[in-house]
Design a protein around this ligand. Sequence first.
Ligand code: SF4
Length: 355
Amino acid sequence: MSEKSKIEWTDHTFNPWEGCQKVGPGCDHCYAETRNARFAGGQAVNWGPGAPRRRTSATNWRKPLAWNANHDAFFAEHGRRQRVFCASLADVFDNTVDPAWRADLFDLIMATPNLDWLLLTKRIGNVPGMLVGPGMPGRLPSNVWLGATICNQEEADRDIPKLLAVPARVRFLSMEPLLGPVDLGRHLWKCCGAMIPGNQGDGWMQPPDPPECCQCPEPREQLHWVIVGGESGASARPMHPDWARSLRDQCAAAGVPFLHKQWGEWHTAATVASTGEPVFRQLDSFQQWVNKAQTWIHGGICLDRHGRELKNGGDFMQARDNDDFPVTIMHKVGKKAAGRVLDGVQHDGFPRSAT
Ligand code: SF4
């Protein structure tokens, strides 16, 4: 409900109501549930199926109108429109929410055309059905960016096609907490991937990387933006550096803006001696683990090349036998110390239409 958000990719957060229900592994350590419990004396009162959601105050609901009125001054200073993240303590497309509240929210969205509303959901399959009905506009207003939260490959395969099926000015992924490697495949591409005549006139070939494509009459719907982040909080799970690097590289190859939001709690405690730059130490072999474990690990954790944690000698022997080296060492240094720089670069990509 804050007026100025600390979240890197938005200017404001707005919560029309509070309360939700866990729907996947990305919800395991839900910050909003913990917060709800803290304010209710230890037990989250607005969580779970059927638990009452709490609508926020009329004063809170008036804030977007004030932000909307401040458009000229904001645009003069920043050269772009204001972004509003809705909702950080709930899910707009939660089944338990009173549909009349959602209709009120969409009235507010349409009454504030100077704001770009970022609706991020873990229930992307609910969107088409919930856009119709009493008081609903039938389709997303043009000042809405629609996002799906994706934390692993299974969710990517299941939910990205659903996101791409909803007409929206901007479609984005928030991959936080990132819990595994994800291949976004051709979801990043406008090209449909149909075979095209080969260069030598001797058969057919896959189209080359964008921006060239097969030139079919109906280009695919495409993702416009990818946000990646590791988990924060007391029980945070580590994000293997290769998972973030892979998504950075996939986005670069497809020309899709990439924003690395945060490492989360886990990063590295090692630095390059000559420059002081942080560096992820890697154990390339079982023998190197034998030689370096004592001096390098120091309270850290060891992740094999798939991101699985190795805890004891037996795990390392198995990793050797299964060809699961190199092993990356990570330390729980805290979110602030871990920061958001990836291999020396701060990635702050935004969708082109944002500017
Ligand atoms: S969808 Fe979001 S708010 Fe709801 S339980 Fe999951 S993480 Fe928490």
